[in-house]
Design a protein. Sequence first.
Length: 405
Amino acid sequence: MDTSNRVIVVGAGPVGLCLSLALAQTGVEVCLIEMLGEDNFLEQVSRAGTNHPATLELFERIGLYDRLEPRGIIAPLFHYWDRREHQLIAEFDHAHLKGDTRFPYVLQCERIKIVEEALKLAKAHSNIEVRLSTTFTGFTQAGEVVTASFTNPAGECESVSGAYLVSAEGARSIVRKQLEIEFEGFTYPDRTLNIEVAYDFRKHGYTERNYISDPEEWSNLFHWKGPPDRWRIHFPVEPEAEETALTRAEALQARLQRFLPTGKPFDIVASNLYVVHQRVAQKFRIGRAILAGDSGHVNSPIGAMGMNSGIHDAFNLAEKLTRILRREAGEDVLDRYERQRRHVALQHTQAQTIRNKRLLAEQEPATRERNHAELRRTAEDPKLARAFLLRSSLIESLREAERIP
Ligand SMILES: Cc1cc2nc3c(=O)[nH]c(=O)nc-3n(C[C@H](O)[C@H](O)[C@H](O)COP(=O)(O)OP(=O)(O)OC[C@H]3O[C@@H](n4cnc5c(N)ncnc54)[C@H](O)[C@@H]3O)c2cc1C
């Protein structure tokens, strides 16, 4: 069998699916391996969901945007709040980006809806062989061929060969570990508690996306389309606290009442606790094995950049792999992929999410005051606001990456 036009993609998360669709559209054959099956694919814990303008443009390119818009919420605005004073500090409006993008807003649409719709498109594409209930176990590479091993739905060991292998397996990437690539960075000692509530926070002045600063308990508050409509609230929790104690119904209610004393119990839909890492792989490629998305970089969700920047990796890589397979470019373009996307992971995604967390958790009163004054000044000045939004929406990261030779 001719393996020279086939790319093996491991992981049908948002990154693996976008990569597969972008490759398939240009005539590349894809073998997409995913350990989840028809029976449990939609049972994944809800995660990311804020899709920035540049990502929406990419979704449109693969026919995904029209499927997501009706399932999401168009949100042109986002807020910074001071929880201590219960005061709106600044409102940013993506309308300032009208000249920069066709989508001057974010789309609040959760990862689970994105992968559900993208998987339907992948299954319908004749260039994509989707292998669900298939667990990747390792790979070898020799000459111009890379071979992936996996356990098939019947529990048997099998393998498939191709010209390149892309690890879109998420943070626990077997490919990254097999290649012994360092995952450099750190893990925050405090964890984040996510509570999902069916309650309309807009009647208290909040908008669809809110970043809330507080020296004791900062928070994020986001709106998701239902039914029923849900709001996701994040709180930091101490490293030593017991998970069962934190997620007990009374403990969740008490925390929510401290945040917004309504006097009535909140309708809690779900809750979960997660650990936050800031890590970037030391290399994004060795030979014919390439990392994309969370397998190459993970970061705090404050600012909604992990999935977005992973999807930007996918499109950058798809374009380069297509040119290589058409013999229009040499393999050195993959070194440029690494230079461009590692730069974005370190200087944009990681740097900004670290800054975002520091801003929300700042304890020193004078620094807090200075930060808030700066946010107000930025939001009120159209030129400064546009520059701020170009950074927060990752448009600047894409423009900067284009300038990297
Ligand atoms: C609470 C929370 C909120 C977040 N909010 C945002 C947000 O608003 N915006 C944003 O941009 N990012 C956000 N993120 C980050 C975002 O979820 C990730 O960056 C994104 O999901 C990474 O996509 P991925 O495709 O690289 O990996 P994943 O989404 O982890 O997908 C990996 C896929 O690979 C499969 N897989 C793994 N191992 C194997 C194997 N051995 N064999 C076969 N298949 C395998 C998995 O089943 C999965 O389907 C958030 C994260 C968290 C935890």
